[in-house]
Design a protein around this ligand. Structure first.
Ligand code: FES
Ligand SMILES: [Fe+2]
Length: 365
C-alpha cells in the first residue's frame, strides 16, 4: 500500500509492528487507549484472552469507542449502541434498525489493526490498509497476514526480565538517531561506575549490512566500561557484544560471556510527530538483581530524556542540522534505509541497502 496524503509528511513508517501498551496495563475486560502514528487506538483482551486493537473512533459519528462498554466479545458504542466485534471490527448490531431496514450491518466495520501480545507488550501492526478501511474503501476484503511480531532473544530456560519506558518530546527520527549515537555517552551518561569524560578514547567498530538494518559486528566491548570488565573477570571467558538496528525502530543488543548472557531491545515508537516513546526490555541470566539493573537503566534513560527535552527546545526554531563522519554514520544509514524502503514500496522494486558492504568506522567516545 502506498504511503500518501498528510500522513506521509509525518515521516512515519507504516506496515510494521509497534508496541502500544504493556500487557500488565490491561486487566479483565477493561478498555485501554493508546496512540501510535497519530492513530488513536482502543485496546483490550477478549474473554478468550485474544488481544485486539481498534481505531478509537466509532464509524457512525466518531465518538471514541473507549467511552463504550466491552463484554469480553464486542465493544458497544456509548452514543447509539452500535456493537462491534472486537477482533474483526465488524458491526454486529445497530439497535435503531427496524425489521423494515435493509442496511447490511455486517458490512460496516470499525477501523481495526492486527494485535498480538509478546514479551509483555501489546503489539499493533500499523498497516496502511487500516487507514484506508477507516476511510471506507476495501472494508470487506479479507485481512492480509502480517509478519511475526518482534521477539526478544533469550538463551536459557531461567532468566530475569524487566521493562522500562520513557517519553521523548521529539519526532521518532530524533529519538532513533539519539539511540544509535555513539558520541554522546561521555557527556550525557557520565558517572563514576560507567565512565568519565576523561576516559574518551579512539574506537574502531565494524559494521555490516543486514536486511532492513545494520549490525555492529560481534566485538569485545569497550574496556572503559566497568560492568564489562567485571563480567569478564567473573566468567573468565571473552565477552562479546552484538548490536543490531532494524527498521522501523528496533535496536537489540546481545552480550555473551560463556554461559552468561544479557539481551535487550529498545524500540522508539512514534506516538505523534512531536512525541515518541522508548520501550526498553532486558533479560539476563547473570547474578544481577532486577532492582539494581533498573536503578542504573532508569538513570540512563532519564539522562537521555533530559537531553532530548533540551534538544526539543532548540528544534522548535527549525535550525539547520549536521550529520558528521564517522560518528553520525549510523544516523545516515538510518535515514538511507528509511528513504530506500519507501522508494522500494513506491516502485515495487527490491530495496537498495544504503551500505555497500561491511564498513569500519572510527570515532572517539
Ligand atoms: S456514534 Fe457510535 S453508535 Fe453512533
Ligand atoms: Fe544515551
Amino acid at each position: 500500500m502506498r504511503e500518501s496524503g498528510g500522513e506521509m509528511d509525518a515521516g512515519f513508517l507504516w506496515d510494521f509492528w509497534y508496541p502500544a501498551l504493556r500487557s500488565t496495563e490491561v486487566r479483565g475486560d477493561q478498555l485501554k487507549t493508546a496512540m501510535l502514528l497519530e492513530v488513536p487506538l482502543v485496546l483490550g483482551r477478549t474473554a478468550e484472552g485474544k488481544a485486539f486493537a481498534m481505531r478509537d473512533s466509532c464509524p457512525h459519528r466518531g465518538i471514541p469507542l473507549s467511552h463504550g462498554r466491552f463484554d469480553g466479545k464486542a465493544v458497544e458504542c456509548s452514543y447509539h449502541g452500535w456493537k462491534f466485534e472486537a477482533c474483526s471490527g465488524r458491526c454486529v448490531e445497530i439497535p435503531s434498525l427496524t425489521s423494515q431496514d435493509k442496511l447490511k450491518v455486517e458490512r460496516i466495520f470499525a477501523g481495526h489493526y492486527p494485535c498480538e501480545e509478546r514479551d509483555g507488550y501489546f503489539w499493533v501492526y500499523m498497516n496502511s490498509r487500516g487507514r484506508v478501511e477507516a476511510d471506507s474503501a476495501a472494508r470487506s476484503q479479507p485481512p492480509e497476514m502480517p509478519p511475526a511480531t518482534p521477539e526478544l532473544k533469550t538463551f536459557s530456560e531461567k532468566y530475569r526480565i524487566t521493562h522500562l519506558e520513557c517519553e521523548l518530546p521529539s519526532h521518532v527520527d530524533q529519538g532513533i538517531i539519539g539511540l544509535m549515537d555513539p558520541a554522546h555517552g561521555p557527556f550525557v551518561h557520565q558517572s563514576w561506575y560507567w565512565r568519565s569524560r576523561h576516559s574518551i578514547h579512539e574506537k574502531e567498530k565494524k559494521f555490516e549490512p543486514i536486511p532492513n538494518g545494520f549490525r555492529m559486528s560481534p566485538h569485545t566491548p569497550s574496556s572503559n566500561s566497568a560492568p564489562y570488565r567485571m563480567l569478564q573477570k567473573y566468567t573468565g571467558e571473552p565477552v562479546t557484544t552484538t548490536i543490531d538496528f532494524v527498521l522501523p525502530n528496533i535496536r537489540t543488543e546481545e552480550i555473551r560471556s560463556g554461559k552468561l548472557w544479557f539481551s535487550s531491545r529498545a524500540t522508539v515508537t512514534p506516538v505523534r510527530r512531536d512525541l515518541c516513546r522508548i520501550d526498553f526490555v532486558a533479560a539476563w541470566n547473570l547474578l544481577l538483581p532486577v532492582w539494581i539493573f533498573r536503578m542504573f537503566a532508569e538513570r540512563f534513560l532519564r539522562q537521555d530524556q533530559e537531553t532530548m527535552i533540551q534538544q526539543a527546545e532548540g528544534l522548535k526554531h527549525n535550525p539547520r542540522l549536521m550529520l558528521i563522519d564517522d560518528a553520525d554514520r549510523p544516523a545516515k544509514w538510518y535515514f538511507g534505509l528509511k528513504a530506500n524502503l519507501l522508494e522500494s514500496r513506491r516502485t515495487g522494486s527490491a530495496m537498495v541497502h544504503p551500505m555497500p558492504g561491511p564498513v569500519t568506522l572510527h570515532w572517539r567516545s
